[in-house]
Design a protein around this ligand. Structure first.
Ligand code: NAP
Length: 246
């Protein structure tokens, strides 16, 4: 078990990619701290992890709220004494063409996808600096790398994640902390389930591996970046997109 005795915070852990990351890390021995807004959904994920022999604790919080992120980190440090990994996964979409995009749609996406990463990274980084160890993995998106019509807000937030990742990697590298990003392509999750069939088919036509990704495809990349095998990798982006963008 490669994450035995490690403590991992995963945001947006109640479904989709975050839930799968939580299950993967718990299966590798990590104590996983599940963060999301809806406590009931988190309780169900924690129960499933416990039933599989893993260790999960639930922390209901809104990543866009600075104080809530700080409170989660404080609680984890009080209870477990350290934070080994932070997986900034929570994200939302509010798609619209710019012509029709409302200010609230822009603000909501930036608040969760970008400020959320600031909030949680800031909440954990001091303890990682003291420990002279730590791994931060941020979920970006293919949309942040290549753009996507109807997603100016989302693409801007996910491109911002890449700049944040590289800058923080430069700030904390000397203390043994790595900061990397994973940029998924089209992954089958609740986030993408409701897209119109036509949109799904047009993506499928331009994915060289000719299938949508599964959450485990993304979770395996995150697992690698937190493993000892990735000790000399920082400030990088792993694209998990079936070749959609290369
Ligand atoms: P998802 O199924 O929608 O799950 C995202 C989770 O984040 C949900 O449980 C959601 O809770 C939670 N969340 C939303 N706002 C939050 C907040 N303010 N505070 C705490 N938790 C919050 O999404 P996913 O597809 O697994 O995506 C995970 C990450 O990968 C996201 O950052 C996404 O942008 C990125 N990504 C996904 C794809 C894809 O194809 N699926 C592609 C590229 C990048 P609620 O359900 O309560 O809202």
């Amino acid at each position: 078990m490669i994450f035995k005795d490690k403590v991992t915070i995963i945001t947006g852990a109640s479904q989709g990619i975050g839930e799968t990351i939580a299950r993967e890390f718990a299966a590798e021995g990590a104590t996983v701290v599940l963060v999301d807004i809806q406590k009931e959904k988190l309780d169900a994920v924690a129960a499933a992890i416990a039933a599989a022999g893993g260790r999960a604790v639930v922390q209901a919080a809104d990543v866009s709220k600075f104080d809530q992120a700080a409170a989660v980190a404080e609680t984890v440090l009080r209870e477990f004494g350290k934070i080994d990994h932070l997986i900034n996964n929570a994200g939302i979409t509010r798609d619209n063409l710019l012509m029709r995009m409302k200010e609230e749609e822009w603000d909501a996406v930036i608040a969760v996808n970008l400020k959320g990463i600031f909030n949680f990274s800031k909440a954990v980084v001091r303890s990682m600096l003291s420990a002279r160890a730590g791994r931060i993995v941020n979920l970006s998106s293919v949309a942040g790398a290549m753009g996507n019509a109807g997603q100016t807000n989302y693409s801007a937030s996910k491109a911002g994640v890449l700049g944040f990742t590289k800058s923080l990697a430069r700030e904390v590298g000397s203390r043994g902390i790595t900061v990397n990003a994973v940029a998924p392509g089209f992954i089958s999750t609740p986030m993408t389930a409701n897209l119109p069939d036509g949109v799904k088919q047009s993506f499928l036509a331009i994915i060289p591996l000719q299938r949508f990704g599964e959450t485990v495809d993304v979770a395996k990349a995150v697992r690698f970046l937190c493993s000892d095998d990735a000790a000399y990798i920082t400030g990088q982006v792993i694209h998990v997109n079936g070749g959609l963008y290369m």
